[in-house]
Structures are given as structure tokens and as C-alpha cells.
Design a protein around this ligand. Structure first.
Ligand code: PEP
Length: 246
């Protein structure tokens, strides 16, 4: 049985007052699915101190353990603040900061060294989908962003079509199924069946309470990476409950 994970990515949203949302998630988080909140880095330590049944994660880390990198945070610092996961290669970081697959892989190795689980994001743009290149792009991103040494304990893969993030557009369940099956078979080819069949693969992109159950019913969808609908417990808790019930 693969573990299920509902992960909330708060992006650059939230100050201390937002941490009240964590209390309101506790009941939903006591079910079988793991529940993770990745708040802005400024809130990780405070969030960790009151996390209860929730896990807390970062949204990025540097490749180095320490040094002259003004404004950056190392994986070790995230871990020290109480994080257990870190999101890597989110399409917003790939677009806003020019992050390459090779950099994402290096960050993942740094995360593993610090004892964090990497959530490695892959996903095609609308042009790539319309050009029939989706599986080629996902295959290339997976091959170059997921380092050797990947296990079910140190890695979660998130399939996030760029055109579905924050847009309200969601792929059909057949499209999600096709990509998740492809990701699973690519992981099996590279890491072998016993490792790869246990690696959680999340779907991300405009997940909300109204579509969560349908998405979680798709084969090889082990949970969700959720942006907008993770900011309020009243939106995120029904998604967590749908995953608990899946
Ligand atoms: C995300 O940022 O990873 C995401 C999936 O955002 P949203 O749920 O808002 O589409």
C-alpha cells in the first residue's frame, strides 16, 4: 500500500495569524492520509511547534548546506526549523527563477542529505500539451530532476500541468490517468518495481473539494499538491477527507 498525501502549498501567502488554519485541520488530519502544509519559510518554525497531526514543509531549498547565498535557505535550515518535506522544481520556481532539471536534482540531493523528503514537481505547459509532447516532457523532467538514489521514503513525485495551476482548468481524468501511469512505469523502469511501486505520485492543479474525489479515484493518484484551496482549512479539510475516503 502506498502512502497517501494531501500537501498544501501556501506559496507567498500567510503571516502568523494564518496558522490558526492548522488547528482547524487537525480532525481531518487524524485519518489515514498524511497531511502536509508548506507555509512561507518565515512560518515554518512556528507552524512546526503547533503542527499536531500535520507535517510541515518548505517550498524550496538551496543546494549548499551553508555559505554566501544571500536570501537563500538550506535544507538543513528547513529541517532545523521543523520541516520534514520540501517542494522542489515547482513550475513557478522553474519559471520565476529559471530552475533547470539539473538544479532540481541537486536540490533534491541536498534535501535528502538533510533528512527531508523531496516533492519533485513535473508538468507540461499548454503549448507542450497541445503539441502532443506531454509524455516526452514529463519523461525528460523525471529523468533529469529525480536523482539516482530515489526511494519511497525520500521522494514524492507531483504531476502538475502548468496550465492547470491556479487557473481553475483541470485535465480530464483520462489525461491524469495517462500521465500518472506513464510516471509510474518510468519510475519502475529506472528504480525497479519494489521501490517505484511505493513512491507516492500526487496530482496538482486546481484541485478543490468539488473535484477531489473524482481525481483521487484515478489509478496511480496517491494524493494532491494543492495551492489556492489549501489556504483555508474550510477548503482543504474536505480535500483531505476525500483522500481519507479514497
Ligand atoms: C500549486 O501551486 O502547486 C497548485 C497546484 O496550485 P492550485 O491548486 O492553486 O492550482
Amino acid at each position: 500500500m502506498r502512502r497517501k498525501l494531501a500537501a498544501g502549498n501556501w506559496k507567498m501567502n500567510g503571516v502568523t495569524a494564518a496558522l490558526g488554519e492548522l488547528d482547524a485541520l487537525q480532525e481531518a488530519a487524524s485519518g489515514p492520509a498524511d497531511v502536509l502544509i508548506c507555509p512561507p519559510a518565515t512560518l515554518i518554525a512556528t507552524a512546526s511547534a503547533k503542527a499536531g497531526d500535520l507535517a510541515i514543509g518548505g517550498q524550496d531549498c538551496h543546494t549548499a548546506r551553508s555559505g554566501a547565498h544571500t536570501g537563500d535557505l538550506s535544507a538543513e535550515m528547513l529541517k532545523d526549523a521543523g520541516a520534514t518535506y520540501v517542494i522542489l522544481g515547482h513550475s513557478e520556481r522553474r519559471a520565476d527563477h529559471g530552475e533547470t532539471d539539473a538544479l532540481v536534482a541537486e536540490k533534491s540531493r541536498a534535501a535528502w542529505s538533510a533528512g527531508l523528503t523531496s516533492i519533485i514537481c513535473v508538468g507540461e505547459t499548454l503549448d507542450e500539451r497541445e503539441g502532443g509532447k506531454t509524455l516526452d516532457i514529463i519523461g525528460m523532467q523525471l529523468a533529469a530532476s529525480v536523482p539516482d538514489g530515489c526511494t519511497a521514503e525520500n521522494t514524492v513525485v507531483a504531476y502538475e500541468p502548468v496550465w492547470a495551476i491556479g487557473t481553475g482548468k483541470v485535465p480530464t481524468t483520462a489525461q491524469i490517468a495517462e500521465v500518472h501511469a506513464f510516471i509510474r512505469s518510468s519510475l519502475i523502469q529506472r528504480f525497479g518495481n519494489s521501490v517505484a511501486s511505493a513512491i507516492p505520485v500526487l496530482y496538482g492543479g486546481s484541485v478543490k473539494a468539488a473535484n477531489a474525489a473524482e481525481i483521487f479515484a484515478v489509478d496511480d493518484v496517491d494524493g494532491a499538491l494543492v495551492g489556492g484551496a489549501s489556504l483555508k482549512a474550510s477548503d482543504f479539510a474536505p480535500i483531505v477527507r476525500a483522500l481519507n475516503a479514497a
